[in-house]
Design a protein around this ligand. Structure first.
Ligand code: AN7
Length: 379
């Protein structure tokens, strides 16, 4: 009987590709290694020959992809002697920062937009002992304040302008290439600050440039245990496709948006911090940006839950909403392999889910006849 080695997080897994040394104390909650699920029912209903995979980042320890970046950012903050971290957040970054700060014994200060953060995310930050600072303004106001205050107070910024965040997040691309044994043709993501689309492009680019490609005994990624030994992993990189909510789509407008609005509060961001990087990714990969309205976002969230059993938060569903539209129009051609990143878990935002749910809730007395009737009526 053989035992699989215990998975201890993405820094250990990709140590040689990340800025850590043998002495670095690693702050991890076992993040990364998330499922890449092949959709069955949705591609069939589109009537197109495509392979759609979703990378379910909602299964990270705090329920979003932010943990990939936060394990790196907090590990480095500790290494550099920091005692406190700070971020502005639409919710997920604050939940992740709070958790990793708790793990490391640091104080987390999180600036969130008053009233515009999903309940699950707020619950996380509060439970994990962060100092929650509600700003009478939006994410962009919070981000401006964080940058200003960090010049005067002894706090480390852990928003994605912290370069270690993108280093951690690039590992999602590694996992995808390893599992598919190639890069996808198209990678579709929600875009807010555009940190994640940038991080994925860094990851794909590093892998494609990798001469080792998992084929030698000296492979630093797998210590020669790679099941792909014998064939090169590297290959063409995907076209990176970024979707924004219509009311919050600076990349579509070609300019910053001052009052962003969308039901997908996670990406209610009008002044993206990785603006220049995102345009580089766009140009280098040959991909594009597009927008989806709130109705399309919620419809895709529902479709994914109802037809595939996968529950993601509204912002995440935009990757599928946009991909489906581009598959239908032929912009993403038949024969393509597509990965959509589901950035956050559906449980993050129960209010939005319940508000749009049409599932029958049948109320009965505690009697067998009534439960039997409820079954027969709804078969
Ligand atoms: C579920 O938590 O910016 O384009 O402060 O939570 O890398 O910003 C969240 C962003 C997509 C956008 N999906 O990613 C925050 C925050 C979900 C998110 C994004 C976010 P980026």
């Amino acid at each position: 009987m053989s035992f699989r080695q215990r998975y201890t997080g993405l820094i250990e897994r990709y140590r040689d590709r990340l800025p850590v040394s043998d002495d670095t104390r690693i702050i991890s909650l076992g993040e990364g290694n998330t499922p890449l699920i092949k959709l069955n029912n949705i591609p069939r209903s589109l009537g197109k020959e495509v392979d759609i995979y979703v990378k379910y980042e909602g299964l990270n320890p705090t329920g979003s992809f932010k943990d990939r970046g936060m394990t790196m950012a907090v590990t480095k903050a500790v290494e550099e002697g920091s005692k406190a971290i700070i971020c502005a957040s639409t919710g997920n970054t604050s939940a992740s920062a709070a958790a990793y700060a708790a793990r490391a014994g640091l104080t987390a200060f999180v600036l969130i937009p008053d009233g515009k953060i999903a309940q699950g995310k707020l619950a996380q930050a509060m439970m994990e002992g962060a100092v929650v600072i509600q700003v009478n303004g939006n994410f962009d106001d919070g981000m401006r304040l964080v940058k200003e205050v960090a010049k005067e107070a002894p706090v480390t910024i852990v928003n994605s302008i912290n370069p270690y965040r993108l280093q951690g997040q690039k590992t999602a691309a590694f996992e995808i290439v390893e599992e598919l044994e190639r890069a996808p043709d198209f990678h579709c993501l929600p875009v807010g600050n555009a940190g994640n689309i940038t991080a994925h492009w860094i990851g794909y680019s590093e892998y494609a440039a990798d001469d080792c490609g998992h084929v030698t005994d000296a492979c630093s990624l797998c210590d020669g245990h790679c099941r792909y030994a014998g064939g090169p992993l590297s290959g063409p990189k995907p076209k990176m496709v970024g979707y924004q909510a219509s009311g919050s789509a600076p990349f579509m407008r070609g300019a910053m948006v001052d009052n962003p609005e969308t039901v997908a509060t996670a990406i209610r961001i009008g002044h993206p911090q990785s603006w220049d990087n995102a345009w580089i990714v766009n140009k280098e990969s040959g991909g594009w940006f597009d927008e989806c309205d709130d109705e399309e976002i919620l419809a895709a969230q529902k479709l994914l839950a109802e037809n595939e059993g996968i529950f993601c938060e509204p912002a995440s569903a935009i990757s599928l909403a946009g991909a489906m539209r581009d598959i239908k129009s032929g912009k993403i051609p038949e024969g393509s392999t597509i990965v959509c990143t589901l950035t956050g878990h559906g449980l993050k935002d129960p209010d939005t889910a319940i508000a749009q749910s049409t599932a029958p809730v049948v109320k009965i007395d505690a009697e067998m006849t009534q439960v039997k009737k409820a079954i027969l009526d709804n078969m």
